[in-house]
Design a protein around this ligand. Structure first.
Ligand code: ZN
Length: 150
């Protein structure tokens, strides 16, 4: 078992304390809310789709450091991506945090998201890490109901 310090790596702490793109978006074209009942994390993802690109993305929410940092980093990495590219990134990230990664080169492409690799040793925190991603997917699919990790 790793030390908790491994889990709360510097990048996670930094993003949770100073989340990026943390604001509502008045002219969002898509919006979705997510909830992780296991931990009490809540997140709202705002998107602006321009053509086939996520031209802007922001979030608001309350939750643990992991859920906040994950949402913060998500907003950075999916910007200017197509919805297809974003869901591909979600797949790779999901493999990483569940410890199911088959391809090391996949992880190399994750950049900042690789900071969450330690989460795979804490199964109860996996849902904290992927909540924002599930919510992003709901926003892209135009789902109206609140997304739950359960
Ligand atoms: Zn959490």
């Amino acid at each position: 078992m790793s030390d908790l310090n491994d889990l709360y790596q510097e990048v996670i702490v930094d993003h949770s304390m100073h989340p990026h793109n943390y604001h509502a978006m008045v002219d969002a074209t898509r919006k979705a809310e997510g909830y992780n009942p296991l931990c009490g994390d809540q997140v709202t993802i705002y998107l602006k789709l321009t053509g086939d690109k996520i031209s802007d993305v922001s979030f608001e929410g309350n939750g643990c450091a992991i859920s906040k940092a994950s949402a913060s980093i998500l907003t950075e990495v999916v910007k200017d991506k197509t919805p297809a590219e974003a869901s591909e990134l979600f797949e790779t990230f999901h493999h990483l945090v569940t410890g199911d990664s088959q391809k090391p080169q996949e992880e190399a492409s994750l950049g900042k998201l690789a900071a969450f690799s330690g989460v795979s040793e804490f199964p109860t925190r996996v849902k904290c890490a992927i909540l924002a991603w599930h919510t992003l997917r709901s926003a892209l699919e135009g789902k109206k109901a609140r997304t739950s990790t359960e």
